[in-house]
Design a protein around this ligand. Structure first.
Ligand code: AKG
Length: 232
């Protein structure tokens, strides 16, 4: 080991969210690479959908879904809530994370252990090791609700991947590049599919096309999405 000069502090090692296994795992059946650093895990959580939906209900009982307003004054069509140490919000003052729910003044509900476990397993299955989320944005789409192309960039640490879980009615997911002008690909996401992106894809623009009418035995006409992130 090289001795350090007196007064020079060794930098703390960065959290390990390595992307080194991505290429090896991409060839596994049920995995679909949609960009360098981004993959869909088909049906990964199909059998756990019901338990995840129950956990969403218990979060929403404490921090109800609401339709937030963008800084430009547009009311978003998807309803949202959060759990974890930080929750993503938007209002006339901007996009940001807060440690309390502005509607109640109370901390966001804790991240259910199931969500942490799902994030760990899904990120590892996509080749990102050591991911521990501290925030989960929960989106609820009714028919017609959509999410326009955006980057997830309010987080402090872009070395951590994003884990995005789809439940209920299928949706068309848009996934592009680091520039908004890049034409995104379109991917149908079904109940239990998980998308993981990080490394070179971490700041890719992505969005969701307006939800079509549909019926799912567990969610009726709605689609839910969990976006698990390391925000702090
Ligand atoms: O609903 C989805 O599949 C994507 C959600 C999303 O992009 C987000 O919450 O940033």
């Amino acid at each position: 080991m090289v001795p350090m000069k007196p007064g020079v502090r060794r930098r703390a090692s960065r959290p390990l969210a390595a992307y080194d296994l991505f290429a090896d795992l991409a060839a596994t059946p049920g995995r679909e690479v949609i960009a360098d650093g981004a993959m869909i895990l088909r049906g990964f959580l199909r059998d756990e959908g019901e338990a995840i939906l129950r956990a969403i209900d218990s979060v929403a009982a404490r921090a109800p879904f609401r339709r937030m307003v963008t800084p430009g004054g547009f009311t978003m069509s998807a309803a949202m809530t959060n759990c974890g140490r930080a929750g993503w919000i938007t209002d006339r003052r901007g996009y940001r994370y807060t440690d309390v729910d502005p509607e109640s003044g109370r901390p966001w509900p804790e991240l259910p252990a199931l969500f942490v476990d799902v994030a760990r397993r899904a990120s590892a299955a996509a080749g990102f090791r050591g991911f521990v989320p501290d925030a989960c944005l929960i989106n609820c789409y009714e028919p017609g609700a959509r999410l326009s192309l955006h980057q997830d960039r309010n987080e402090r640490d872009f070395t951590a991947p994003i884990v995005s879980v789809s439940l209920g009615v299928p949706a068309i997911f848009l996934f592009g590049g680091a520039e908004r002008s890049e034409r995104p690909g379109r991917w149908r996401l079904e109940h239990g599919d998980v998308v993981v992106w990080g490394g070179p894809a971490r700041l890719a623009f992505h969005g969701v096309v307006a939800l079509a009418e549909g019926k799912h035995p567990l969610t009726g006409s709605r689609r839910f999405n969990l976006t698990l992130r390391k925000a702090l």
